[in-house]
Design a protein around this ligand. Structure first.
Ligand code: PMP
Length: 403
């Protein structure tokens, strides 16, 4: 039998633990800046109007299994969305796309594939810091993890020199995990010039770029702009892979709509190579999840494949990203007006769902104990948790703990 002490108690997931603590707090002015999910100006989850519109009873709808690779109309539209319809990788048929359990499942499938097939058992390099689940996923699969510097505490921006030095010092052919846009947790992205430099460096080192893209269209409000780095790397002939999530940009968090894309470099053998890679991805998928969930993929597919709905979706994206950007401006302005010690330009320099405030663990603790403000202990706030009703309260609470 299973002795009782063989399985130790696992620690609670910090983020989901934070959510539970927030829900249990009866204080009426409590503020939730923890989870990375969009909220409207009344702190409520937002079903995108374009999504709501197509949620109708379809008498022809059944609940059959999807194919192992998922819904083809979804994966092909997802590939066009991230790579660009005119991508050389698509025109030359050297990309393979497979539907996954949202972004998490895509990262997982990619890691599993690389562990099995990438020559030389290399390490993966993560930005320091990165999305906490990257560590768990890659260590479960047994890929050794290293990090590259990313966030500069001094500037609250990118430590570009540190990043380049570490990537240059990594053994050739390492796996380099990159956030395509709206870096989680810092909100700090390289500029386009910096991406060009990074591409040249990765090329020189024959590294393998693994892009994680969880916020396309959500960061800047412009789908092409948020995919720029990936498209640039593809234009430079890289072999690479992409984990794509539709949780944030469609507001389909719980539906687990995502895709994994593998792009091979241009070569006479590309078609054969991609066909073999695709066959292995399918086999891995079969043993992991058999086939992916249908509902979210159907919704995304309907919108992605209809020009009118697509345009409405873009407007919804601009509404979400626009509200977040206006909250950034308002928070910075208020802290500056209050004369809160420190500099606050990073709040508007950073982009996407999150801001790395620079608040210390002690200050975060104090904000929670005294003001009922919930945020992760690394000082990250989900910008979507702020709205015109709670911004003043939050700014004053920050002002108090910083002084
Ligand atoms: N990668 C990053 C960097 C993320 O921030 C997220 C969402 N928190 C994901 C992947 C995947 O999320 P999901 O599985 O909900 O698509």
């Amino acid at each position: 039998s299973f002795p009782p002490d063989v399985v130790p108690q696992a620690p609670e997931d910090p983020l989901f633990g934070l959510m539970a603590a927030y829900r249990a707090d009866p204080f009426d002015k409590k503020v939730d800046l923890g989870i990375g999910a969009y909220r409207d100006n009344d702190a409520k989850p937002w079903v995108l109007p374009v999504v709501k519109k197509i949620l109708r009873n379809d008498p022809a709808l059944n609940h059959e299994y999807l194919p192992i690779s998922g819904l083809e109309s979804f994966t092909s539209a997802a590939a066009k969305l991230i790579l660009g319809a005119d991508s050389p990788a698509l025109l030359e048929k050297r990309a393979h796309s497979i539907q996954t359990i949202s972004g998490t499942g895509a990262v997982h499938l990619g890691a599993l594939f690389l562990k099995r097939f990438y020559p030389g058992q290399p390490s993966v390099y993560f930005s320091s810091p990165t999305w906490a689940n990257h560590n768990q996923i890659f260590s479960n699969i047994g890929i050794p993890i290293q990090t590259y510097p990313y966030f500069s505490k001094a500037t609250k921006g990118l430590d570009f020199d540190g990043m380049k030095q570490a990537i240059a010092a990594a053994p050739d052919r390492s796996i380099i995990l990159l956030h395509a846009c709206a870096h989680n947790p810092t909100g700090v992205d390289p500029t386009q010039d910096q991406w060009r430099e990074l591409a040249a460096l990765l090329k020189q080192k024959s590294h393998f770029p693994f892009f994680d893209c969880a916020y396309q269209g959500f960061a800047s409000g412009d789908l092409a702009r948020d995919a720029w780095a990936i498209r640039y790397f593809v234009s430079q002939g890289f072999e690479l892979c992409i984990a794509q999530s539709f949780a944030k940009n469609f507001g389909l968090y719980g539906e687990r709509a995502g895709a994994f894309h593998f792009v091979t470099g241009p070569s006479p053998d590309a078609a054969k190579t991609i066909s073999r890679i695709g066959s292995q991805l399918q086999q891995l998928q079969r043993s992991e999840i058999s086939n992916p969930p249908a509902y979210g993929a159907r919704i995304a597919s309907l919108i992605l494949n209809d020009a009118t709905l697509f345009a409405e979706w873009e407007a919804n994206l601009r509404e979400m990203s626009g509200r977040i950007i206006s909250m950034r401006q308002a928070l910075r302005a208020r802290l500056e007006e209050l004369g809160t010690p420190g500099t606050w330009n990073h709040i508007t320099d950073q982009i996407g769902m999150f801001s790395f405030t620079g608040l210390s663990e002690t200050q975060v603790r104090e904000l929670r104990d005294v003001a009922h403000v919930y945020m992760t202990k690394n000082g990250r706030i989900s910008m979507a948790g702020l709205n015109t009703h709670n911004l003043e309260y939050f700014a004053r609470a920050v002002d108090r703990v910083v002084r």
